[in-house]
Design a protein around this ligand. Structure first.
Ligand code: PXP
Length: 398
């Protein structure tokens, strides 16, 4: 299967999650048994689709989707050859957005539907041929949407490890060991898919030297957690981590206490996101699992949200934990439907991680304290492997 899916531009009003659309396209081709086929999907603006519509169909107006089957472009002899190319689909991001509002769908649901519609045209379905054909195509679209919803939406949840507390032990003595850079390498060798460090304003654990060396040595993905302050933004832009996670930072706190109040500082955060996006660094916002914050994160162009799992982890009773868990499920679903990529973390340990890891809307968990604590007794390699096993088994258990 060779899918070339590309968004030619990102609109100002919301981000197009090409990763999600790519995954949905994979599911569609699998369901249609077209896994050996290639196709190209280009997401463009109204002006460009109008121009293509005018050039090839002599209709001088924008539309939602245009499909050009590969076979139609060939002469009859060549078209009998066994080719694996399905053709090209063009989708207008602007029209998709307007239609999503009109039909009360999420933007990415609409884009997914347009991809399905475009692919079905490539393989011969045509709703304009007759009312029967229209019904057949409509039913097939519904089947494919249902199929997508039954698939695990994010592949296996990944584990990113926060090594701040290795630095905490080092700083307790003010010497050079244990080294969080060495810890990160052990975590990666044991299967961690990312390394997280929080460079705090007060430098209580991670130091600039750590960030510099980690940038050179991390082979998976470096996620730099940080407050949105000028000095740290400058360091982050110079370091170029694979992503940054913006968190609220208070000097007196023992650890990050609540999520960012994105809704009340949209302007400031939007500017910070813009700076990072211009440098090609995606931004995650650490938020409480509440709809208002998710919507605000989406509105200002965040690529990820990291859902704060602290209230779930610290819940004093089973009932309260269930209530908090439901908040995470709902928030993750909402964020995913909006096209945000979803991470989660804070307070996750060897007893409470599995239900969160089982959610197929969540891409990655960020875990620190529980793994570093366990490592004191089992060694870091074993502690990481134990957590990996919990995450890997989670989806079959819940
Ligand atoms: N995610 C964020 C945004 C955090 O601030 C922290 C704590 O540094 C974590 C995840 C990891 O939390 P814990 O150390 O409790 O696993």
């Amino acid at each position: 299967m060779n899918i070339n899916l590309h968004a030619k531009y990102q609109p100002a009003y919301c981000r197009v999650n090409t990763r999600l659309l790519y995954q949905n396209t994979v599911h569609v081709l699998k369901s249609l048994r077209l896994t050996h086929q290639s196709l190209s999907i280009l997401l463009i603006d109204d002006e460009e689709i109008r121009s293509i519509n005018h050039h090839y169909r002599h209709i001088d107006k924008a539309t939602n989707v245009l499909s050009f089957p590969f076979n139609e472009a060939l002469d009859t002899i060549v078209s009998t050859l066994p080719v694996n190319e399905l053709g090209d689909v063009f989708i207008s991001i602007d029209t998709a957005y307007r239609e999503a509002q009109e039909y009360n769908q999420s933007f990415h649901e609409r884009l997914t539907w347009l991809i399905i519609h475009g692919i079905l045209h490539l393989i011969g379905y045509d709703h304009e041929r007759s009312p029967e054909d229209a019904l057949t195509m409509f039913n097939k679209e519904q089947d494919l949407l249902t199929y997508i919803h039954t698939q695990r939406r994010c592949p296996m949840t990944k584990l990113a490890i926060n090594v701040d507390h290795v630095a905490t032990i080092r700083q307790a003595r003010g010497i050079n060991k244990p080294d969080p850079v060495a810890a990160a390498a052990i975590c990666e060798l044991a299967g961690a898919e990312g390394i997280v460090v929080h460079l705090r304003e007060d430098r209580r654990h991670i130091q600039e030297r750590d960030v510099r060396l980690l940038r050179e040595t991390v082979t998976t993905k470096l996620n730099l957690e940080m407050g949105a302050n000028k000095e740290i933004i400058k360091i982050a832009l110079a370091t170029k981590p694979e992503m940054v996670t913006l968190v609220p930072e208070k000097r007196q706190e023992l650890t990050t206490e609540g999520g960012l109040d994105v809704a009340s500082q949209k302007k400031k955060l939007a500017k910070t996101i813009e700076k990072f996006m211009a440098a090609g660094i995606p931004v995650s916002l650490f938020v409480d699992p509440v709809p208002k914050q998710i919507k605000a994160a989406h509105d200002i162009g965040a690529t990820f949200v990291e859902l704060h799992t602290g209230a779930y982890c610290d819940a004093p009773t089973e009932y309260e934990q269930e209530v908090e868990f439901d908040q995470i499920v709902t928030a993750a679903e909402k964020a995913f439907q909006m096209g945000l990529r979803v991470n989660a973390g804070h307070g996750l340990d060897f007893h409470n991680t599995a239900p969160v890891a089982a959610l197929d809307t969540i891409e990655e968990l960020s875990i620190g304290h529980s793994i570093i604590s366990r490592a004191v007794f089992t060694g870091l390699d074993q502690a990481v492997r134990d957590m990996k096993e919990i995450i890997q088994n989670a989806s079959s258990m819940y």
